[in-house]
Write a protein that binds this ligand. Structure first.
Ligand code: CP
Ligand code: NVA
Length: 305
């Protein structure tokens, strides 16, 4: 597999191997530093949208592994506007050993991968966010020692982050539940894939509009922004619909005692999550954000190494 475009493209064994490598690289890093397995290699980071975590964690992951990273802002490339995606892909492929791209339209990262001769990593599209999904899986693994049989409940918008979380859960045997308001469900194509993965791993998928029913027996409660990047003009409409899906102390109290709370960040405190929960004892928000670094090192080492 040349690219990392979606969790759906990888087998459970490959995903598990990547997580195992992430655990190993995290330990190695924390006990003195990583081996320079990507020495002399450079990752081009193409961004059509803002970022804190993705930008900094990919850059630092490359440095820790002995390589380099190059940030290309939305204004610089004009992907598909100043120059066709096919031309951009073929030009960059002659300069660097890998490309990470954050795009609006998922088809654009797919097209980039088709034309690039070097590996392309999806750093978020309107459809999915697979690097986030791997960091989420790593965080769950660290907490519970496995994903198998863990009850993961996502509360909120059936967005890109929800797709990758659902796919990694279904692939690795975690039971996935989503509670979303009517009209904000995960796209059917992603659900169809997940049903197949869940049947193979023996996990369950549950779809509901009832956040209280959804968190009953949950080991993980996950939420994300009500309005994703690119949907800003819908934010007022969404703010009227989503308040019953806020992850607050009352909702967390209805889950299992050992439940952890995850959020890909950036958080809109007072909207999808309260301060009390984000900063409370169940929260794993910051270890989860830090796990982007370790999960992505594994992806980079597998693809560029
Ligand atoms: N979670 C995440 O991808 O954050 P950024 O948008 O800051 O990269
Ligand atoms: N769903 C959010 C995730 C941000 C990391 C967005 O796409 O804006």
């Amino acid at each position: 597999m040349k690219d990392f475009i979606g969790i759906a493209d990888y087998s459970p064994a490959d995903l598990q191997a990547m997580l195992d490598l992430a655990v190993k690289l995290k330990k190695e890093y924390q006990s003195g530093g990583n081996k320079p397995v990507l020495q002399g290699k450079t990752l081009a980071m193409v961004f059509q949208k803002p970022s804190l975590r993705t930008r900094v964690s990919f850059d630092m992951a490359m440095r820790h592994l002995g390589g380099d990273a190059l940030y290309l802002s939305p204004a610089e490339i004009g992907l598909g506007k100043r120059e066709s995606i096919a031309d951009v892909a073929r030009v960059i492929s002659g300069y660097v050993e890998g490309i990470m791209a954050r795009v609006f339209d998922h088809a654009h990262v797919v097209e980039l991968a088709q034309w690039a001769s070097v590996p392309v990593i999806n750093g978020l599209s309107d459809y999915n966010h697979p690097c986030q999904g791997m960091a989420d899986a790593l965080t769950i693994l660290e907490e519970f020692g496995t994903l198998k049989g863990i009850n993961v409940t996502y509360v909120g918008d059936g967005n890109n982050v929800a797709v990758s979380l659902m796919h990694v859960c279904a692939k690795l045997g975690a039971n996935f539940t989503i509670a979303n308001p009517a009209g904000y469900a995960i796209v059917p194509a992603a659900v169809d894939h997940a049903k197949k993965f869940a049947a193979e791993s023996g996990s369950t998928l549950t779809f509901t509009d009832d956040s209280h029913a959804a968190v009953k027996n949950a080991d993980v409660i996950y939420t994300d922004t009500w309005t994703s990047m690119g949907q800003e003009e819908e934010s007022k409409k969404r703010e009227a619909v989503f308040p019953p899906y806020q992850v607050n102390a009352k909702l967390v109290g209805e889950a299992n005692k050992r439940a952890i709370v995850l959020h890909c960040l950036p958080a809109h405190r007072g909207q999808e999550i309260t301060d009390e929960v984000a900063d409370g004892p169940h929260s794993r928000l910051f270890p989860q954000a830090h796990n982007r670094l370790h999960a992505q090192k594994a992806i980079l080492a597998k693809l560029l190494g």
